[in-house]
Design a protein around this ligand. Structure first.
Ligand SMILES: C[S@@+](CC[C@H](N)C(=O)[O-])C[C@H]1O[C@@H](n2cnc3c(N)ncnc32)[C@H](O)[C@@H]1O
Length: 362
């Protein structure tokens, strides 16, 4: 039985206590997941596509003193659909685990070698985890520093990544790992007509340039790509044929192009900051030029579906990590932000359960 909004009347008191017990201990799930990723479990199971069910002992170095500790993590994650559990002989020592479809997102599928495993690890680094106990402060002082900055000597997340080589690289891989499969879908049929007539494309907040590289490979009419991000970020980005990495600050100005691509940027900022970014995009475009933004769009109704949960959980992640008043927005809020900045038309295209494509025309 689900305890989603509006359904709690169906629960007996014992079921309600059980549902709360589950929520109270939910942190076990992402922390167990992070541990098994750092132990290399998904790639050992995948083994080039074999995905043969293995025991915890098989997944650890020979002679490990107590594989049952790892087995407990694997069982929890099997209950969450990350692994399938096989118990061929029914004996206590014979539990074997393989990756499910959900688990396979932790294995690289694209050319970069990154996957959702990098995203999970990025989200559970010490500096990010430290922010969570300060979530209360976001409510009490919404215009003050976000929980991440409060927990990390006043340093905001993007500045923190810039100062820490390893955190910067982890962020680049995390963004690539999540972006690649979405970009594959976006780029079906040569980009679904979104990039027609574009010769110079700017990716604002483009991170490693992985999205731009994929677009340029699929849409050969684009002659020049400009990957625009913070100077420390582009300094760590790999060279990409046809792409110029440009370091700068989107709050000051954005390089000009026929069109601008921008993925997962607006959500992390406040309305005032989004207005400044959109306004700089508008200035960088010719008349009739397009801004193609890919952002999560928050649903109007609340339910217990995986989609709603994934979106609302990400909204609170943004609150804890980037900006208390940065947030996921509805389609109407995105429309209003763009029209108020001078864009003349707007449409939203839903081709993925997490990201919507928001097309603004100047
Ligand atoms: C959530 S990430 C998205 C990365 C990439 N677009 C993707 O979806 O894979 C947001 C990006 O915005 C960049 N960013 C943050 N502040 C910026 C600024 N002031 N100017 C330019 N880029 C910025 C970050 O460095 C980061 O790469």
């Amino acid at each position: 039985m689900s305890a989603a909004a509006g359904e709690d009347g169906e629960l007996s008191p014992a079921e309600a206590r059980l549902a709360m017990m589950e929520i109270a201990n939910m942190i076990s799930v992402p922390m167990a997941l992070t541990a098994v990723i750092r132990l290399g479990v998904p790639s050992k199971l995948w083994a080039g596509g074999a995905n043969a069910p293995l025991t915890a002992a098989d997944l650890l170095p020979p002679g490990h003193p107590d594989p049952s500790v790892l087995e407990r993590l694997l069982r929890l994650l099997a209950s969450r659909g990350v692994f399938s559990e096989h118990n061929p002989t029914g004996g206590e020592d014979s539990r074997r685990f393989a990756l499910t479809g959900v688990g396979r997102t932790l294995v690289p599928s694209g050319p970069s070698g990154a996957s959702f495993a990098d995203y999970v690890v990025q989200h559970h680094q010490d500096a990010l985890v430290r922010a969570w106990p300060r979530l209360l402060d976001a409510v009490l002082d919404p215009s003050g520093p976000e929980p991440f900055a409060r927990a990390n000597n006043g340093v905001p997340a993007y500045a923190y990544y810039g100062q820490d080589k390893e955190a910067n690289e982890v962020m680049l891989r995390a963004m690539t790992g999540v972006s690649e499969p979405f970009m594959e879908a976006l780029l079906l049929d040569g980009g679904r007509g979104l990039f027609e007539g574009v010769r110079t494309l700017v990716d604002v907040g483009g991170s490693s340039g992985a999205c731009l590289e994929m677009i340029m490979r699929r849409v050969p009419t684009i002659r020049e790509g400009i990957n625009f991000d913070l100077p420390d970020v582009v300094a760590a980005a790999p060279p990409i044929s046809g792409v110029r990495h440009v370091g700068g600050d989107m709050f000051k100005s954005i390089p000009s192009g026929d069109a601008i691509f921008m993925k997962w940027v607006l959500t992390t900022w406040t309305n005032e900051e989004c207005t400044a970014i959109l306004s700089n995009c508008h200035n960088a475009l010719p008349a009739g030029g397009k801004l193609i933004a890919c952002e999560p769009v928050v649903p109007d109704t609340t339910d217990g579906s995986t989609r709603t949960r994934a979106l609302l959980e990400n909204d609170i992640f943004v609150m804890a990590t980037y900006r208390t008043q940065g947030r996921e927005r509805s389609e109407e809020e995105f429309r209003q932000l763009g029209l108020a900045t001078g864009f003349t038309s707007f449409r939203a295209i839903y081709l993925d359960p997490f990201y919507a494509v928001l097309e603004y025309t100047k």
